[in-house]
Design a protein around this ligand. Structure first.
Ligand SMILES: *[C@@H]1O[C@H](CO)[C@@H](O)[C@H](O)[C@H]1NC(C)=O
Ligand SMILES: *[C@@H]1O[C@H](CO)[C@@H](O)[C@H](O)[C@H]1NC(C)=O
Ligand SMILES: *[C@@H]1O[C@H](CO)[C@@H](O)[C@H](O)[C@H]1NC(C)=O
Ligand SMILES: *[C@@H]1O[C@H](CO)[C@@H](O)[C@H](O)[C@H]1NC(C)=O
Ligand SMILES: *[C@@H]1O[C@H](CO)[C@@H](O)[C@H](O)[C@H]1NC(C)=O
Length: 434
């Protein structure tokens, strides 16, 4: 497109403070051709840039204009698996509106596997299952669009989906055009029955087909982390799964959080690491564990895709999913993935996770993965703050300020498996330098 300035040159300024000498050093003026007008974050004087390595931030880009912040919405799989139909999808859309969750940003209604008939029709097209989706997908897309929501669908970069419906491998152009003609806004693209062809070969054809359809569609790669997609998928999709499927257990959630953490430096506006959808509200974890799950997913800039039955949530589930302050961490426009910065205690289960936010703030999580309550401490050098920086600390679950002028560390007693989440705001003396 002519108006797209594909050769836009942005100059990126890196200002790195030498914290030892307390003096500024200009590390370099780097000129890189980028396809999109965002800048690599400059943490300037506040943060130790080694802690928050963003050297890979935005180096590869799909550039379809989507995913400037992680996607938010709902997906049918974690609660309903194959037991879906158009009634459930419509009622979920209604519930997202009536509960207020849509207004908080949960706008994608994503249908997972099992929407399609077992066979393509005589023209080789995918067909919605006439028993469960008798009105068709276009009608469903129109329904959710009328409510200001977006519709997602599912297919597979293989010859079948995981539930053995037709896959899109070698049918990319037909299927992308069909999805576009229905008004689909999001495609989750799975990895079953892949004939042993490497993901790097199977995922780009659907990118190109979606792009050629002319309809802007969020492209969510689900190759379960095979071949380390963070290294190549940012120019293929808007998000890429980094792990196998989550399940509704503490063991699964913690394992996945750790695996996803490895790729933090690669996330950024336009493309996100995806540690899989939320299990909050499905019953397999405690309130504290779900709060930890939601806190860490938000801090990691993960897609926030609700996986429970939103037509029937408990008050606790709703409280977690509707926490505006935690959602704001996830949707912060800086788009730098927070990361695990310290482990202590037996098996490293006293953990500090943190990440930079706009406004020179930090999000800090104190996460107790042990089975006894413990005091966990975030020391300034660990979270990348210069020693002596005075910060105010706001607790995002208690919704109040808990310290006005912490100066070298901050500690809190955390219940077993719980996670406290805070915003640290450096005080005026530092702000004035910026
Ligand atoms: C910055 O953080 C890195 C990694 O944690 C650490 O090795 C280094 O000593 C820190 N630098 C300063 C100046 O604190
Ligand atoms: C649609 O699916 C839901 C959830 O599995 C089920 O409770 C309901 O009976 C189904 N409705 C129809 C009409 O099949
Ligand atoms: C197709 O890709 C080009 C180049 O990245 C991008 O500018 C355009 O917005 C894309 N179009 C669609 C429909 O995704
Ligand atoms: C859930 O995930 C954990 C950790 O990855 C795994 O050990 C366990 O087998 C999974 N459970 C089920 C029921 O799939
Ligand atoms: C609503 O959820 C509760 C558990 O929280 C469950 O016992 C009940 O059967 C559900 N109701 C419906 C209509 O699904």
């Amino acid at each position: 497109m002519a108006e797209q300035k594909l050769s836009t040159i942005l100059s990126l300024h890196f200002l790195i403070l030498s914290l030892y000498a307390s003096s500024f050093a200009i590390a370099g003026r780097v000129v890189v051709p980028l396809l999109q007008s965002y800048e690599i974050p400059t943490f300037k004087s506040i943060f130790n840039v080694t802690v928050y390595d963003t050297s890979k931030y935005g180096i590869l880009q799909l550039n379809n204009g989507l995913a400037q912040t992680p996607p938010m919405g709902w997906n049918s799989w974690n609660f309903f698996a194959c037991n879906i139909n158009e009634t459930v999808i419509k009622e979920t859309a209604d519930a997202l509106i009536s509960t207020g969750l849509a207004d908080l940003g949960y706008v994608y209604i994503n249908i997972d596997d099992c929407w399609s008939s077992a066979k393509r029709n005589s023209e080789g097209q995918l067909v919605p299952d006439p028993k469960t989706f008798p009105s068709g997908i276009k009608s469903l897309a129109d329904y959710v669009h009328r409510k200001g929501l977006k519709l997602g669908i599912y297919s597979d970069a293989g010859i079948f989906t995981c539930e053995v419906r037709p896959g899109s491998l070698f049918h990319e152009v037909d299927d992308a055009n069909l999805f576009a003609s229905w008004g689909v806004d999001y495609l989750k693209y799975d990895n079953c029955y892949n004939l042993g062809i490497e993901p790097k070969k199977r995922y780009p054809p659907m990118r190109d087909a979606l792009n050629a359809s002319g309809y802007t569609i969020f492209y969510s790669l689900c190759d379960w982390g095979v071949d380390d997609p963070a290294l190549w998928a940012p120019k293929v999709g808007n998000s890429w799964r980094t792990t196998e499927d989550i399940n509704d257990t503490w063991a699964s959630m913690t394992t996945i959080a750790d695996l996803n953490d490895k790729w933090a430096a690669y996330a950024g506006p336009g493309g996100w690491n995806d540690p899989d959808m939320l299990e909050v509200g499905n019953g397999g974890m405690s309130y504290q564990e779900y709060r930890a799950h939601f806190s860490i997913w938000a801090l990691m800039k993960a897609p926030l895709l609700i996986g429970c039955d939103v037509r029937n949530m408990t008050a606790e589930t709703f409280e977690i999913l509707s926490n505006k302050e935690v959602i704001a961490v996830n949707q912060d426009p800086l788009g730098v993935q927070g990361r695990k910065v310290q482990v202590a205690g037996t098996d490293g289960c006293f953990q500090v996770w943190s990440g930079p936010l706009t406004g020179h703030q930090l999000v800090v999580a104190l996460w107790n993965r042990c089975s006894k309550a413990a005091t966990i401490t975030a020391a300034w050098e660990v979270i990348g703050l210069e020693s002596g920086t005075s910060v105010s600390v706001r607790d995002l679950w208690q919704h109040k300020e808990v310290a006005g002028d912490a100066a070298s560390s901050f500690s809190s007693k955390v219940d077993p498996h719980d996670c406290h989440l805070y915003i640290f705001s450096p005080q005026a003396a530092y702000r004035s330098e910026i």
